[in-house]
Ligand binder design. Structure first.
Ligand SMILES: Cc1ncc(C[n+]2csc(CCOP(=O)(O)OP(=O)(O)O)c2C)c(N)n1
Ligand code: SF4
Length: 337
């Protein structure tokens, strides 16, 4: 990525299109924060491309004053992979929803992650299909009554971060639409990561699943339920900063303590841990037994797919012109008589 010193502001990223989300939708805060964060990356505006699938969230590229592509349901990772491989100096961002990215697009999502294509993926998780008026999604709670589950969902929800980690994603983070400062920090870290950066944003759909994230977004509840991860710092939370997490054998446990005298055996967050097990343990922290983990769960470096592909293309070009006929008739060739 060639970075030049360009002074951009949020205004540079606001498009002239009318924003057509429902009043109060969490998508507005995500859009505003993305527009505010991109100038910090020092990348020329014309290098940004936003690719989306289908859903309310996928209207995002219309509202960004950048290049964009409102593509096919669940296929944004595929379009983005081609775009990045052929134009390595672009900053490519995928916008998807829990339906778009994990139902119809689940397959495409895991393959971009395992390949480590240098693309940033923002998954808006409102635990529902918004655009199609409130059917359950792969992240909907067990028992949730929706238009398509009138007797309550009998599907166990999947955890988007665990899915990303199972695909060995090199960067994985979680944030929430109500904490704009945190969201900005996470977007910036994702934007600076080289490789696929996967960000789950807990987003409120006021119309079809209002309050789905209330336990971590409501002012009164948040402090006791929100675990803010900071690299090198102990896992501490609570309204009076009086709770922490430590290992008890192979299991994590919450301990309460006197804030003036925190215990020394709390887990110190290591976002660069080599394996995925530690990050997956954090991803699976869930209420009521554990607080929900927010921030960068994993950030490791490994060669990107687009980079490796370029190297192969350059090496092949050096070999000079090929001979297709010779290639077809080489190796395992036999005649059927
Ligand atoms: C091939 C195909 N199948 C189904 C649909 C209908 N459809 C449009 S958006 C959507 C789900 C959107 O949910 P999500 O990704 O969670 O986005 P949200 O609208 O909640 O932001 C579905 C099923 C479609 N447009 N195309
Ligand atoms: S239906 Fe839900 S997700 Fe879609 S714009 Fe309205 S509030 Fe937002």
């Amino acid at each position: 990525m060639s970075e030049t010193a360009v002074k951009l502001t949020r205004k540079d990223f606001i498009s002239s299109n009318d924003v057509r989300w429902c009043p109060g939708c969490g998508d507005y805060a995500i859009l505003a924060m993305m527009q505010s964060t991109l100038p910090n990356l020092g990348i020329p505006k014309e290098k940004f491309v936003f690719v989306s699938g289908i859903g309310c969230s996928s209207r995002f590229p219309y509202y960004m004053n950048t290049y964009g592509f409102h593509s096919i349901h669940g296929r944004a990772p595929t379009v983005a992979t081609g775009l990045k491989c052929l134009n390595p100096d672009l900053s490519v961002w995928v916008i998807t929803g829990d339906g778009d990215g994990l139902s119809i697009g689940g397959n495409h999502l895991i393959h971009i992650l395992r390949r480590n294509v240098d693309v940033k993926i923002i998954l808006f998780n409102n635990k529902i299909y918004g655009l199609t008026k409130g059917q359950y999604s792969p992240t909907s709670e067990f028992g949730l009554k929706t238009k398509s589950t009138p007797h309550g969902s009998i599907d166990y929800p999947m955890n988007p971060i665990s899915i990303a980690l199972a695909a060995e994603a090199s960067f994985v983070a979680r944030t929430v639409d109500t904490d704009v400062k945190h969201m900005g920090q996470v977007f910036e870290a994702a934007g600076r990561h080289k490789g696929t950066a996967f960000v789950e944003v807990l987003q409120n759909c006021v119309i079809f699943n209002d309050g789905a994230h209330a336990e971590v977004s409501d002012r009164e509840k948040k402090d006791d339920h929100f675990l803010k991860l900071e690299h090198g710092k102990p896992l501490i939370f609570g309204k009076t900063v009086n709770k922490g997490i430590r290992m008890n054998g192979v299991q994590p446990e919450v301990v309460e303590f006197d804030p003036a005298n925190p215990p020394q055996d709390l887990i110190a967050h290591d976002q660069h841990a080599t394996g995925v097990s530690y990050a997956d343990m954090l991803a699976r922290f869930a209420l009521p037994n554990f607080p929900v983990a927010f921030g960068v769960l994993r950030s490791v470096n490994r060669p990107t797919y687009d980079e490796l592909l370029q190297q192969q293309i350059e090496a092949s070009v050096k070999l000079g012109r090929g001979d297709l006929k010779k290639l077809i008739h080489s190796g395992d060739v036999w005649e059927i008589k």
